[in-house]
Design a protein around this ligand. Structure first.
Ligand code: ZN
Length: 231
């Protein structure tokens, strides 16, 4: 399998490799509602391993024959300093980059796991389950005022604003750092707005974060045996 390295704007000082991707479920009320999930009182956290990351500039390879593979477009945060039991100021200093990420989710597999009360890794942590764009400098950007949009084949599917997060980036990172340490090179995905749905082979995707990042890519079938796994 291909190995992933962060693509960074030249002004970002982070030479560390990706360690883990921390994700938050149900961080936009409208998305929690569309999947009939309760709005959480505490962020719902899960982790994708570094092997989940791929460049979003390559075609997105989705597992075949494992049911629906949903797109969840999210703002991604690049961590530049260690965060353990972090204060607001420490968190603000540690956010060095922002990008777009897709939290690809095998929804049928996830529904089965949920029904059995089992963890979600088989649905969310497979190889290639986290396509990431290049990171741009976060300094001077209002992280809670960015439109986030995904078009598929010219049709707007997901549209939200990071102001709609239930837990802001700062609150989220503080909360994560109370449970476990974030290290330089780690990435945090901040949740998806409403409009998630299945990807199909051949789909053309156009994703944007405000007027800061726009990226176009396509969906292809993953080669059998290289990704995913049944229950
Ligand atoms: Zn997600």
């Amino acid at each position: 399998m291909q190995t992933y390295s962060h693509q960074l704007a030249s002004d970002i000082l982070c030479t560390d490799q990706l360690g883990k991707i921390v994700c938050v479920g149900r961080n936009y009320a409208d998305h929690a509602k569309e999947l009939n999930n309760p709005v959480p009182k505490q962020p719902l956290l899960f982790i994708k391993p570094a092997t989940a990351a791929v460049s979003m500039y390559q075609p997105i390879a989705i597992p075949q024959n494992l049911g629906a593979c949903h797109h969840e477009l999210e703002m991604a945060i690049l961590i530049g300093e260690p965060l353990t039991q972090a204060s607001e100021q420490q968190v603000e200093k540690a956010v060095v980059g922002i990008a777009l990420g897709l939290d690809l989710t095998l929804r049928d597999v996830q529904d089965e796991l949920k029904a059995k009360g089992q963890p979600w890794e088989r649905a969310k942590a497979f190889d290639g389950s986290c396509p990431l764009s290049a990171f741009i400098e976060a300094d001077g950007v209002d992280l809670q005022a960015l439109d986030i949009q995904l078009e598929i084949n010219g049709v707007l599917k997901q549209s939200g604003n990071t102001g709609g997060m239930l837990f802001s980036v700062v609150t989220l990172l503080q909360e994560i750092s109370r449970s476990f340490t974030l290290l330089p090179g780690d990435v945090v995905l901040t949740g998806t707005p409403a409009g998630v749905g299945p990807l199909q082979n051949g789909d053309r995707l156009k994703a944007s974060l405000g007027d800061l990042i726009t990226i176009e890519t396509t969906v292809i079938p993953a080669v059998a045996g290289t990704t995913g796994g049944g229950i």
